[in-house]
Design a protein around this ligand. Sequence first.
Ligand code: FMN
Length: 221
Amino acid sequence: MHVYEAVNSRRAVRAFSDEPVPKEVLERVLATATQAPSSGNLQPWHVYVVTGEPLAELKRRATARALAGDPGDEREYPMYPAELTSPYLERFSTAAAQRYKALGIERDDPERPTKIAALNSEAFGAPVVLFCYLDRTMGPGQWGDAGMYLQTVMLLLRAEGLHSCPQVMWTMYRQTVSRMVGADDGLVLFCGVAVGFEKEGVPRLRTGRADMTETVSFIGV
Ligand SMILES: Cc1cc2nc3c(=O)[nH]c(=O)nc-3n(C[C@H](O)[C@H](O)[C@H](O)COP(=O)(O)O)c2cc1C
């Protein structure tokens, strides 16, 4: 698959089939993703690949918390700035409305937060979730490295015919996740990434983007 096609076909998929993902495919993707760049070549990511019965159990525990209206564990980093200003607020609101409407959850549904949390805690049906941690001593530069690493993983998954959805929502249940994977207190959960084959027959969401000219300035070109 051409790299342009991998970038253009990557979307946050929120409906996966239960078709298993072969371990050798995951190993190929994750071995190749070690080539992702990082400042000073620190490679600061720690990844746990969870599937099978351990993932089923994790989904059960997290979903029980979601359905009980559990507000989640104290966050270790803010998902967003306390106050989103323009144009970020508009981008956020537009995407949020599209995202969950596509999953049949209306904006005025009083059960909306619980439904969203429960869909996320089921990893949208994905048979594999990667949990990406960073050492607690790492700073903003290394968080950027982890983003580059995960995008590399997600593009390689496309080359294997697989899809993904990054999920910061797992940080709501970070204690449940860390207990399950055996991550100690020295690690901070950045996010989960749901991985699998896309479920057929579910409407596809193509989230819009700001025009390149809104975010890129050419100087001297
Ligand atoms: C770090 C990160 C965390 C995310 N967390 C969630 C999440 O918890 N739940 C979710 O449904 N989507 C999540 N997303 C997906 C974004 O909503 C999505 O990437 C964005 O709306 C753009 O849409 P697209 O990826 O389909 O192009 C996350 C994306 C990133 C990069």
